[in-house]
Each structure stands twice: as C-alpha cells, then as structure tokens.
Design a protein around this ligand. Sequence first.
Ligand code: SAM
Length: 220
Amino acid sequence: MHDDGACERRKKMVERQLIARGIADQRVLEAFLKVPRHLFVPEEYEDLAYQDSPLPIGSGQTISQPYIVALMLELLELSPEDRVLEIGTGSGYQTALLAEIVREVYSIERIPKLFFEAKERLHRLGYTNVYLFLGDGSKGLPEFAPYDKIIVSACAKHIYEAWVEELREGGIMVLPLEDAHGQSLVRAWKRKGKLRLEYHGGCIFVPLVEEDAHGEQENL
Ligand code: SAM
C-alpha cells in the first residue's frame, strides 16, 4: 500500500472512528494520524488496516479495534514525561502510539513470534524509546518500576499485585477485566497504595495467559 493513500485512510479513520465517537485528546489523535497501522498487520490484511475492527496478527492473537485503543490511551491521561508499562505487545501498534506520546514505553509479550516481529518492526520504524521484554506480564516488570501509567491489552481475571506495586502513587492503570457479565474496561487510580476503580462499559479482548512456571524475562 502506498503511504500517501494510507495517510488519507488514517485521516478518515481518525475523523470517523475516533473523533466522531468522542475521542478528544489531541496527543492521542495525532499519534493515530502518524503511526502506519497497515505496517503492523499481516500483508493479506493491509487493505483492511484502517477499518473499524480488530484484525488477526497470527498465533491466535489480534490487533485491537482502533477505537478501543484510542479510548484506553485517552483514559490513561498520557503526558510527555510519562514512563508506561504495557502488558501484551502484540503487533507493537499500541506500543508505537504510546511511544509517540510518552517518554519511555516498557512492553511485555509472552509469545516469542509476536515479540520478535514487533521488535523488528518497531526498530525498523525508528522507535528508540521502547523497551520490549519476552515473558509473562502478570508478573510485572519490577526492574524499571515505578511506572506513571500501566496499560493491559489482554483481559485479566483480576488485577495482579505486581501491577499495583509497580504503579506509582497517583498513577493510572487501564485494563479489560473479567466480571460476572463478561469483560469490562476499567480505569484504576492508585491512592495511598490502594486502587480506586471506574468502569467504562463492556469490551472484548483475548484473555491474559498466565505462565505456570516463572520463566526468565528476556530483553532484546
Ligand atoms: N495492543 C496490541 C497491538 O496493538 O497489536 C494487541 C494486543 S493483543 C489484543 C493481546 C496480547 O497480549 C497478545 O499478543 C497476547 O499474546 C498478549 N498476552 C496475553 N497474556 C500475556 C501475558 N501474561 N504476558 C504478556 N503478554 C500477554
């Protein structure tokens, strides 16, 4: 796909899928205008890259619908000084959006194939403020904590203690959380060591998979 065409399609995506549904954070909108989503999907889906839907990225995983990613980023109230922990790198698309807005992004993926592909892609696109790790994100990433913000891209059964510990006081976490009705999008603030939760409607994410054994995390 020629990039001029892609640029036009990004503009339409931002206007029709994000602004029209109430996304107003200028930093988020500008990041969506900039990051070439078509380079984060398998070649056979390039033509569909700017549609209003998730797409398969291999290994049984998906790149999420643009709107839900934008909503999650808006809920995080991102600022240029932030250091962010992302659980579930996937294709690396959301990682790139974050990297356009914040100082540093630390991202963990458990599937080696996706991890290596995202690493190569983000390197090729010139991102230098992104640090990728292979491992189980439910264990967090204590080496670089505390984080100003945490975003989880797979649906968790509960909020793991490691995430609460690694979020700075006053920080914000956004995640899909399993509940009695299915999944809810949740924003949590850390105040005096505890989380205050706010619910933002239903959502559909692939499940967060917890490793049985605590494998070594590999930073490449
Ligand atoms: N935001 C990503 C993107 O832009 O492509 C899509 C993320 S996809 C919906 C969820 C990802 O979380 C998958 O790549 C999956 O392998 C990963 N995942 C699931 N459980 C995980 C875990 N315990 N630790 C790290 N990654 C995990």
